[in-house]
Design a protein around this ligand. Structure first.
Ligand code: NAD
Length: 358
């Protein structure tokens, strides 16, 4: 297979972890006889410095023409000024919207070799295997916002807005994913308070009854979900929710695994390229030290092979290699507790070697 993959290494540790994921994709290509053409483009803070905008037009055009996009992370203290004309995060929101990436998939499956890395007890998290699907291009992050005068000074507002079509497409994608897993879908909302949630409930109920009668469906209020995630995470299979709730719940969920450095995500729409990235940020506190954990980005590359290139066997080979490396005791600093650790490069090389010897 010939495929074009755009790399957006971004800022901070982004370039360090993306480099390791590229090494892994290259060894997969040579083992399975594929050709991946990589094109690196500016995005985030570095693009603000070089082009005056976090998402230059040429970067967006390259992404549109690609089969898939692999992103490191963007942002950092240099671009944090709240009064700045633009910020790295604006590039993230824009690329999601422009590529129509309406669903963000985040698998949360703690590694059996790292159960003690989680702040939760191992008997609570052991066996957890959740696929979170967060709606990504609607809701309060994209609704009307602004400020206006108020008797006390000012008032600020953000509008949470969803339409039927936006809900239908992400629910269908989630329910289809549940069919290939344990046939269970949970929808998280706040329908006791929010009108937007009441539309979610109505649309999701209809789609599930008409199109997915074989998938078990339940509804949980977002405040209750925040508790259930910590007390009974094993009970959930696929969880779908709107943008703001998903943003918060997926970060909470990431703690089940113990480290931000282990979790990948995929942002998908149809048709067109998907965007794959680790869930962590640019970690300016450790950038340049060579100690970042590259496994989340390597696992994001596995998701890229699975979802955009339909290379399931190749994706599984990467996931197995990561599991082997962890099972043989290798750890980057973030998951090493007080034990010995390997560098970003060494961890990448260990995964490459595990893939190289079938
Ligand atoms: P962060 O995820 O960058 O870091 C949080 C903590 O986790 C830090 O202590 C960091 O060292 C550690 N960490 C993160 N990734 C790691 C890895 N791979 N290996 C080892 N340790 C890791 O979050 P933050 O500090 O809140 O944000 C830093 C910058 O990243 C901010 O500018 C923020 O806006 C940006 N950010 C970007 C994205 C993105 O690009 N999608 C996501 C979140 C935050």
């Amino acid at each position: 297979m010939d495929s074009k993959i755009v790399l957006l290494p971004g800022d901070g540790i982004g370039p360090e972890v993306v480099a390791e994921a590229v090494g892994v994709l290259q060894v997969v290509a040579s083992r399975f006889g594929h050709r991946f053409a990589f094109q690196t483009c500016p995005m985030g803070g570095n693009a603000i410095d070089s082009h005056g905008t976090p998402l230059p037009d040429e970067t967006l055009a390259a992404c549109r023409a690609a089969d898939a996009v692999l992103l490191g992370a963007v942002g950092g203290p240099k671009w944090d000024d709240p009064n700045a004309k633009t910020r790295p995060e604006a590039g993230l929101l824009k690329i999601r919207k422009e590529l129509g990436l309406f669903a963000n998939l985040r698998p949360i499956k703690p590694s059996r070799h790292l159960l003690d890395a989680s702040p939760l007890r191992r008997e609570i998290i052991d066996g957890t295997d959740i696929l979170f699907v967060r709606e990504l291009t609607g809701g309060i992050y994209f609704g009307e916002s602004g400020r206006r005068p108020h008797a006390s000074g000012e008032e600020a507002y953000n509008v949470m807005i969803y339409n039927t079509g936006e809900i239908e497409r992400v629910v269908r994608m989630s329910a289809a994913a549940a069919r290939g897993r344990r046939q269970k879908l949970t929808m998280v909302d706040k329908a006791n308070v929010l009108e937007a949630s009441r539309l979610w409930r109505q649309v999701t109920g209809r789609i599930m009854a008409q199109e997915f009668p074989d998938v078990k469906y339940d509804i949980v209020l977002v405040d209750a979900m925040a508790m259930h995630l910590l007390s009974r995470p094993r009970d959930f299979d696929v969880v779908v929710t709107e943008n703001l709730f998903g943003d918060i719940l997926t970060d909470e969920g990431s703690m089940l695994t113990g480290s931000m450095g282990l979790l990948p995500s995929a942002s998908l729409g149809t048709p067109g390229p998907g965007l794959y990235e680790p869930i962590h940020g640019s970690a300016p506190d450790i950038a340049g030290k060579g100690i970042a954990n590259p496994l989340a980005t390597i696992l994001a590359a596995a998701m890229l092979l699975r979802h955009s290139l339909k290379l399931e066997d190749e994706a599984a080979v990467i996931e197995t290699a990561v599991d082997q490396v962890l099972s043989s005791g290798h750890r980057t600093k973030d998951i090493a507790a007080s034990g010995p650790s390997v560098s970003t490069r060494e961890m990448g090389t260990l995964v490459v070697e595990a893939i190289g010897k079938p």
